[in-house]
Design a protein around this ligand. Structure first.
Ligand code: AP5
Length: 229
């Protein structure tokens, strides 16, 4: 969808973590990077939403927690992630979006990654003006079929209410109601913000200015990925 400039990208061969508050643009950028580098985009939020829509036991557990804007317990998240990254499509690297989200998740991920050939992860921390987050989240619409992310204010589809890629219906996420958004932002500050210091101390974190439009942010992201190789 967005352009990352003319330079070709090489293989990723890394575990990349997109860290940032709800609405920072992690999912949007992860979709672009995954397409560009041909690696999986591993969104724990999408995985949970898939379980919820199928009514699986895991989905039944996660649904009320997500509706309140709280975090799903670590052991549930970790089991799901471990199973996912063991699949063959992750052998050339992957992009985590929305994981890890607690220190316990980050520490466990470190142990898992130590057994893989990629070395330490690269953490891109999306820094976005607080005032923009609410507008981005209340305006978000997502394709029911392929999950492509749009926005009624800033990233509109060609045909209103329909996905450009597959014509799927665009819907609003149940947790994008204002009162749930406030709880999600609070959960981020409480439980996920400490990861910024955790990864900064390890020297693996790079800040990304997420305030620009999608192509501008993507250029910064790809630039950092190329330099970090
Ligand atoms: P999750 O799905 O991960 O949600 P989130 O972290 O709250 O992040 P969002 O998806 O809301 O935001 P985003 O940064 O991806 O923004 P996006 O690109 O869509 O988690 C949902 C729930 O699942 C959690 O609350 C929790 O319950 C559970 N969960 C998930 N992972 C978990 C974990 N690891 N542990 C425990 N629980 C977990 O963009 C937002 C909007 O802005 C879009 O409309 C987009 O078009 C627009 N936009 C994006 N970039 C730009 C830009 N540069 N300019 C203008 N508009 C933009």
């Amino acid at each position: 969808m967005a352009s990352a400039g003319s330079t070709a990208v090489g293989p990723l061969r890394r575990a990349v973590i997109f860290l940032g508050p709800p609405g920072a643009g992690k999912g949007t950028q992860a979709q672009e990077v995954a397409r560009l580098y041909q690696v999986p985009h591993l969104s724990t939020g999408d995985m949970f939403r898939d379980h919820v829509s199928r009514g699986s036991p895991l989905g039944l557990q996660a649904k009320p927690i997500m509706e309140r804007g709280e975090l799903v317990p670590d052991e549930i998240v970790l089991g799901m992630v471990e199973e996912r990254i063991a699949r063959p499509d992750c052998s050339n690297g992957f992009v985590f979006d929305g994981f890890p989200r607690t220190l316990a998740q980050a520490e466990k991920l470190g142990q898992i990654l130590a057994k893989l050939p990629f070395g330490r992860p690269l953490v891109l921390h999306f820094v976005v003006d607080q005032g923009r987050l609410l507008r981005r989240l209340t305006g978000r619409r997502t394709c029911k079929v392929g999950g492509e992310i749009y926005n009624i204010y800033d990233r509109q589809p060609k045909v209103p209410g329909r996905c450009d890629n597959d014509g799927g219906e665009l819907v609003q996420r149940p947790d994008d109601r204002e009162e749930v958004i406030r709880e999600r932002l609070a959960a981020y500050e409480r439980q996920t913000m400490p990861l910024v210091d955790y990864y900064r101390r390890q020297g693996v974190l790079k800040d990304v200015n997420g305030d620009g439009d999608v192509p501008t942010v993507l250029q910064s992201v790809v630039g950092l990925l190329k330099r970090a190789r």
